[in-house]
Design a protein around this ligand. Structure first.
Ligand code: UDP
Ligand code: MG
Length: 321
């Protein structure tokens, strides 16, 4: 089987599907697909570039459609912005390759890395993922928050998400097919990649500066993504309150016994207001926090049970039949 993969690559007969989600990248798309197409021709005779237009508002779609026909581009255009994760899942559902390569369309994932991805695949790995060496294109705060996120994930979930690994990866057909069986609406791809298993290997790369435009991941979107990651892979936040409640009840019991004893021994007087105020605020805070976390899970259950389609396709172009 290993040699089979090697043969496919050596004879340039491997079918590669490149999946590129694009959102408002009008200035970049033509240059990007030019370079990607050229790079793919070096590797194989069979490939397709699946572009998911995630509801771009600028001239992105026109610029893609304006590319000459020899570009093997299959375009799926969403009716609005559904988010990169959903876009990737649509790409995986539509691709036909032996392998799929997921990459950003803003040159931040170096195209030069594709041969080394394929080399690892031919060695028998079913998933090859890029791990960024540098995060200095990002602000300090973002780096710290992302480190915190990975730390929490490692502590409270049973899956291991490699640090600094993003969506830049190569997936074998087996992996694509397994990912396509997922019915979840709140997709946290990074978690799913880890959850499904298979033989994986990391390839280091340096994140380039964005060639133009700006990252569309603001603070809130990233926080939302982090919450999705945690809530869809861990029930610890949901269940920890039982434990905290138990501990607090225990402490309260001891304190109550103490108060009763003191009152019986020395009679009642009225001080103790600070204790009372502090206790009320503390418990109020804890209760709101735990209800809020319940809410996070319920909101996600709500999303799942509505059973809406994960995305709406406005039109497709370049697909046969
Ligand atoms: N993208 C997308 N939908 C979105 C936001 C981004 O398809 O809602 C695409 C974007 O065009 C790019 C890739 O996803 O090709 C990565 O996005 P971005 O550069 O904004 O994210 P970052 O590099 O900061 O992770
Ligand atoms: Mg980017």
């Amino acid at each position: 089987m290993l040699s089979n993969r090697m043969q496919l690559i050596n004879k340039k007969e491997i079918f590669i599907s490149c999946i590129v989600p694009i959102y408002n990248e009008a200035e970049l798309v033509q240059l990007f697909f030019n370079q990607l197409q050229a790079a793919l021709y070096q590797l194989t005779q069979h490939f397709e570039i699946i572009v998911i237009d995630d509801g771009s508002l600028d001239a992105t779609v026109q610029n893609i459609l304006a590319l000459p026909a020899e570009f093997k581009i299959k375009l799926i255009s969403f009716s609005r912005n559904f988010g990169k994760e959903i876009a990737l899942s649509a790409g995986l559902l539509h691709c036909r390759g032996d392998v799929a390569i997921l990459m950003d369309g803003d040159f931040q994932h170096p195209i030069e890395l594709l041969p080394s991805f394929l080399a690892k695949w031919s060695e028998g790995y079913d998933m090859v993922y890029g791990v960024r060496q540098n995060r200095d294109t990002e602000p300090q705060v973002k780096r710290h928050l992302s480190r915190l996120f990975y730390w929490i994930m490692a502590k409270i979930t049973s899956i291991h998400i490699p640090n600094n690994a993003g969506d830049f990866r190569l997936l074998d057909r087996k992996v694509i097919d397994s990912l396509n069986t997922f019915k979840e609406r709140t997709l946290f791809m990074k978690g799913l990649y880890a959850w499904i298993g298979f033989k994986k290997i990391a390839v280091a790369f340096t994140v380039q500066k964005r060639a133009s435009g700006k990252s569309s991941w603001g603070f809130f979107k990233l926080t939302e993504l982090a919450l999705t990651g945690i809530t869809s892979f861990s029930d610890v936040p949901l269940r920890v309150w039982g434990f905290i409640g138990f501990i607090i009840s225990l402490i309260s019991l001891v304190y109550a016994i103490y108060i009763v004893a003191v009152t019986l021994l020395y009679g009642a007087d009225l001080p103790g207001f600070p204790t009372l105020a502090a206790a009320i605020m503390f418990f109020g805070g804890i209760q709101l926090l735990s209800i809020g976390i319940l809410g996070e899970y319920i909101a996600r259950i709500f999303t799942e049970v509505k059973q809406r389609p994960p995305y709406i396709i406005a039109f497709k172009s370049g697909f046969e039949e």
